[in-house]
Design a protein around this ligand. Structure first.
Ligand code: AMP
Length: 444
């Protein structure tokens, strides 16, 4: 199949050719005709499948062929993204696809001054890419009207809900014209997303180009069990042993990012970190330097996990497992993109066994464990499998104190299934739900 056979106009075909896109990816082959036909869409696609062009290219065609010229302080299409980085990236792609078209594009997000954004919007823009909070600010300050809006795109919709944007989204829907085209894209589809889809989509076409919640099969994944306090040491050991050149590392907290970056920089390693406490310009600079290989190791919180497109990234390391199991798929989706192979290594301590179990259940696979010599954990990580079961040894009966008091030593410790006495009912599913809901995360 060719892009021309999908009915795309010449300026778009030329742009795609310049970018080296020879054939549509599966999500593009399905989404492009549907969007051109004016349908609402509910699309689930693996990360790195080309979904941005799947919605942006036909959208650009519709805006070129139909509708009035954009009015002052207006937008004709709105693409909502969960993070500033993703908004920048989606906008960069849209601008590339639009390079031969007489359309204007712009991205707005928080963390930077609002005034230049208000100035830019005065003339109106055909396609506006936005994060929800800043969009609402601009609307409330009368810098943006949405009555001309033809199309709404929700990109990474599940991530928006994870980040606690559901109230902002509800406010935004109220600002939009009732008659519009709505395209919902999400790498993974939770029940909440399906509920949302039911509320905002009109007779949508469902596109699912890959099995639900399955990580890219071009990524080789494994787990290294280790004690929590030895993770930094193990990381440095693996880095030296594997001669890692470009690695994206995920840590759970902002402090965790800073601590690892400090340690690596202290060892003379070219490392930098990005997280929500850092100003937007600093984050973007670190990301750009990582993309251009000026920074060897980029340590990030999940703010960087979604959608960031770094060409040929060979390795992702989960220094900590994500609290939300679906984030695992997004994190490792930064490697093994567009058919390349990649590796994803997770350093897992005993505390994280339930998260590991949730990830295995969600991705329907038991991750291979490779214990690193000299780093065997004292606190063993219990066996898990894709059924969502964690095998826990039952508590031993307390020995009477008089016998020496040593009986408490193993109480509450996780152990391997093989250690359990056969007659004991020791195998208990302790967690069946794949997502660990810690409540909505606060935006910056
Ligand atoms: P996305 O999933 O939209 O983030 O795209 C992932 C990567 O695939 C980006 O680097 C795109 O530029 C690239 N890409 C998207 N569509 C195609 C295509 N049809 N052929 C080759 N590369 C593509």
């Amino acid at each position: 199949m060719t892009f021309a056979s999908l009915g795309l106009i010449e300026p778009l075909l030329r742009a795609l050719e310049t970018l080296g896109y020879q054939n549509p990816t599966p999500v593009q082959a399905q989404a492009i005709p549907a969007v051109l036909a004016g349908r609402d869409l509910m699309a689930a696609a693996q990360t790195g499948t080309g979904k941005t062009a799947g919605f942006a290219v036909p959208l650009l065609q519709l805006l070129t062929m139909e509708g009035p010229k954009v009015a002052a302080n207006s937008a004709r299409a709105l693409i909502l993204c969960p993070t500033r980085e993703l908004a920048e990236q989606v906008h960069a792609s849209v601008a590339e696809y639009a390079q031969h078209l007489p359309l204007t594009t712009y991205a707005v997000y928080g963390g930077v001054s609002i005034n230049p954004q208000m100035m830019k919007l005065r003339k109106g823009v055909d396609i506006l890419v936005a994060t929800p909070g800043r969009l609402i600010d601009l609307f409330r300050q009368n810098a943006l009207k949405l009555n001309q809006l033809q199309t709404l795109v929700l990109d990474e919709a599940d991530r928006m809900l994870d980040l606690g944007f559901s109230e902002e989204l509800a406010n935004i829907y109220r600002m939009l014209p009732k008659k519009r085209q709505t395209l919902l894209f999400s790498a993974t589809f939770s029940d909440d997303i399906r509920l949302l889809a039911g509320q905002i989509l009109n007779d949508p076409l469902s596109i699912e180009v890959s099995p639900r919640n399955v990580a890219a099969n071009t990524v080789k994944q494994w787990v290294v069990p280790v004690d929590k306090k030895r993770k930094p040491e193990l990381f440095v050991h693996l880095m030296r042993k594997g001669r890692w050149k470009q690695v994206l590392v995920f840590a759970k907290t902002r402090n965790g990012v800073d601590a690892l970056v400090d340690k690596l920089q202290g060892l003379g390693v070219n490392a930098d970190g990005i997280h929500g406490d850092k100003p937007q310009a600093t984050r973007q600079r670190a990301l750009d330097r990582f993309k251009s290989s000026d920074v060897q190791i980029l340590v990030a919180t999940d703010v960087a996990a979604r959608g960031l497109d770094i060409e040929d990234l060979p390795l992702v390391v989960n220094f900590d497992l994500p609290i939300v199991a679906e984030d695992y798929i997004h994190r490792i989706g930064r490697t093994g993109r567009a058919g390349n192979t990649g590796e994803a290594i997770s350093l897992v301590c005993a505390d994280e066994v339930n998260m590991l179990s949730a990830i295995e259940m969600l991705t329907r696979q038991t991750l291979t464990r490779k214990t690193e010599p000299d780093f065997e954990p004292e606190h063993r990580v219990p066996e898990t499998d894709a059924s969502g079961q964690v095998v826990k040894k039952p508590k031993k009966p307390k020995k009477p104190k008089a016998s020496g008091g040593g009986g408490k030593r193993n109480l509450g410790k996780w152990v391997d299934s093989g250690d359990a006495a056969p007659s004991e009912p020791s195998i208990k599913p302790v967690r069946k739900v794949p997502v660990f809901n810690t409540g909505p995360r606060k935006k910056k």
